[in-house]
Design a protein around this ligand. Structure first.
Ligand code: C2E
Ligand code: MG
Ligand code: MG
Ligand code: MG
Length: 278
């Protein structure tokens, strides 16, 4: 039913923006078969504790390899959300990531926690918690090793039903992070209600750290996080100047090309080894 309504939307879209619609239809039409054909894979980007430079965990990011080339999640995730396919893809991502974490733990690799992005649509999936618990149990992973990233606006616009879901996930031991923090318009009153333990500072703010106003904004976010009892992760850290400022100003973790680009699972052991050897 979700798929049908998604396709209905395309028809309305069609007359207004034919160009975008052709691409949309192409992606929407191919994404389910792509799962059967194993065209999706996960990449992992390390999150580094700023105070000691150690790996605190990894963020899981999905990729779609088509015969014609790689498609970025920025392009296909919104389509998957609109068609409803994100429910199926999202479960595959969760299970795949949990299986990978279990495998790393068996190899005794110190990968830390895995942070998995969750779309709004998945939060409204009534079977989400049961699925997560089953997957963790099957692979032998402690849910406390997982963090779910939800966007600020997602949680805010759907607070009535999102709040109990987030609270239940929290009760199961999972950490909740607010992704792209600062790009929405959350009030303090609203934020205080959320069972969130991590704020991820959007890379747009990190990029502005070379300007005085940019630094003031990030400083405010870090202060706000402290008030809420949350830790902070800076996204998109690309320079040592950004890293040094973040460390000096109380940000907890960083993620970005300065440390490493997202890497395939089989590169993680080598990355950790090279890091340990300095
Ligand atoms: P996000 O969750 O905010 O992920 C951070 C994005 O920043 C990733 O892009 C990552 O590759 C990129 N990035 C990391 N470090 C740097 C840096 O130093 N500089 C720059 N310029 N970029 C950096 P990616 O992988 O293309 O993902 C884009 C978005 O797609 C994600 O934003 C997330 O919203 C969504 N997404 C990705 N994977 C998944 C997934 O498995 N499920 C869901 N629902 N959404 C996903
Ligand atoms: Mg994220
Ligand atoms: Mg983000
Ligand atoms: Mg983002």
């Amino acid at each position: 039913a979700a798929k049908r309504s998604g396709q209905h939307k395309v028809m309305q879209f069609n007359s207004a923006q034919p160009e975008k619609t052709r691409r949309w239809l192409e992606l929407a039409g191919q994404m389910a078969t792509a799962l059967q054909q194993r065209q999706y894979f996960l990449v992992y980007q390390p999150r580094i504790a700023l105070h000691d430079g150690q790996v605190a965990g990894f963020e899981v990011l999905v990729r779609w390899q088509t015969p014609q080339g790689l498609i970025s999640p920025g392009e296909f995730i919104p389509v998957a959300e609109e068609t409803g396919f994100i429910l199926e893809l999202g479960r595959w991502i969760l299970d795949q990531a949990i299986a990978q974490l279990a495998s790393w733990q068996r190899e005794q690799l110190a990968v830390g926690r895995l942070a998995i992005n969750l779309s709004t649509r998945q939060l409204s999936d009534a079977g989400l918690q049961a699925f997560l618990l089953q997957s963790c149990a099957r692979h032998g992973v402690d849910p406390a090793q997982l963090e779910l990233e939800v966007t600020e606006t997602v949680a805010m616009e759907n607070l009535d039903w999102a709040l109990p879901v987030l609270q239940q996930l929290r009760t199961l031991g999972l950490q909740i992070a607010l992704d792209d923090f600062g790009t929405g318009y959350s009030s303090l009153a609203y934020l205080q209600q959320l069972p969130v333990s991590v704020l991820k500072i959007d890379l747009a703010f990190v990029r502005n750290l070379d300007r005085e106003e940019g630094r003031a904004v990030v400083h405010t976010i870090i202060t706000l996080a402290r008030t809420l009892g949350c830790s902070t992760v800076a996204e998109g850290v690309e320079t040592t100047a950004q890293r040094d400022w973040l460390l000096a100003n109380g940000c907890h973790e960083m993620q970005g090309f300065l440390e490493a680009r997202p890497m395939p699972a089989d590169a993680v052991a080598g990355y950790l080894q090279a890091k340990a050897q300095g």
